[in-house]
Design a protein around this ligand. Structure first.
Ligand code: DAH
Length: 338
């Protein structure tokens, strides 16, 4: 019997040697030490033995059991340690590596310039107001003193949505929308998208404008000049010369176009300013009383000025971009420069 026990022990130890998986080790434990295991079987049968033999075999059996249990436990510990080391090695973190920077987005140049324009006028005390991109014929034309047969309708190639609805061709309709809801004093800028059926290096079918208008008692052309010169100086620099050139818009009277000294050649004459030394940057004028009559403002009491500018044009001058379509190609190499 004792030989049997020693044999069982040797067999178990031999088997254990070859095991390197925890599951296999636990299975071996069950096989020898479990309820139906070989050693348990011997212990169960002790009762059938003579007392002397029983003592001897019982003691040996317990000894083998303890030794086997210890051997199994230590084998299991080894496997667990090896597994832990393997994991640590695999998941090693090099804390000396530099961090990964998140890729930051940036403002589109048109948005950037739009923000700059808004900031300048906000500092001058203007308030921002927006209007719809789809307008009725009335607000886009009629109420701005551009009746149906008026030649000025040809100045702008309009996208018609229906007989009476258009994609607004300019931000000037916000003037009328505002006058209908508010009484003077009014000091507003209206930035937004506009559309015209036109496309080449300097025209995009969709582009951005900023409209500005101020209505109060005693507003003069001098006020308009002061505000616009301040704007151009803040946008392009104090040294830039500005001139007001007589022009025509149905909704202003008198009207002017504003030119600034060419920022590329500083007035000497170049390709961008077509050798004139000047760049046209916006339209403006004193609001035509005909517009005030549509909204029942007292034209004896109130006067006002208005102006409108193209954001893409200003961005092109500021960053010296020669093709408006670059803004809408979404070429990351172009956009990354701003
Ligand atoms: N709405 C004009 C256009 O898109 C620009 C303009 C000119 C706006 C004169 C004005 C203005 O407010 O007074 O061509």
């Amino acid at each position: 019997m004792t030989d049997d026990l020693l044999q069982i022990k040797q067999k178990a130890l031999d088997e254990l040697k070859d095991l390197n998986k925890l599951d296999d080790i636990y299975n071996l434990k069950v096989k020898y030490l479990g309820k139906k295991g070989s050693l348990t079987f011997v212990l169960r049968n002790l009762g059938k033995m003579l007392p002397d033999k029983r003592r001897e075999v019982g003691m040996l059996c317990n000894k083998v059991k303890v030794e086997l249990a210890a051997a199994i436990e230590s084998a299991a510990d080894k496997v667990k340690l090896a597994e832990k080391n393997r994991k640590l090695l695999e998941e090693k973190v090099d804390t000396s590596l530099p961090g990964r920077r998140p890729a930051l987005g940036r403002l589109h140049p048109v948005n950037k310039v739009n923000e700059e324009i808004k900031d300048i006028f906000l500092r001058l005390g203007f308030v921002i107001q927006e209007g719809p991109e789809i307008e009725t014929d009335y607000y886009n034309f009629e109420a701005l003193n551009i009746p149906k047969d008026h030649p000025a309708r040809d100045m702008q190639d309009t996208f018609y949505i229906s007989k009476d609805h258009v994609l607004r061709t300019h931000t000037s309709p916000v003037q009328v929308l505002t006058f209908e809801k508010q009484s003077p004093p009014i000091k507003i800028i209206a930035p937004g998208r506009v559309s015209r059926c036109d496309s080449d290096v300097t025209h995009s079918p969709m582009f951005h404008q900023v409209e500005g208008f101020l209505v109060d008692t005693d507003v003069t052309f001098g006020d308009l000049k002061g505000i616009l010169i301040a704007f151009i100086h803040q946008m392009f620099g104090e040294k830039i010369a500005v001139r007001f050139r007589p022009s025509y818009f149905p909704f202003t009277e008198p009207s002017a176009e504003v030119d600034m000294q060419c920022v590329i050649c500083m007035g000497k004459g170049c390709r961008v300013c077509k050798k004139s030394g000047w760049l046209e940057i916006l339209g403006c004028g004193m609001i035509n009383p005909a517009v005030f009559e549509h909204v029942k403002y007292d034209t004896e009491k109130y006067t006002g000025f208005a102006f409108g500018m193209g954001v893409e044009r200003i961005a092109m001058l500021k960053y010296q971009i020669n093709d408006i379509r670059l803004f809408y190609d979404n070429d990351i190499r172009f956009l990354n420069q701003f």
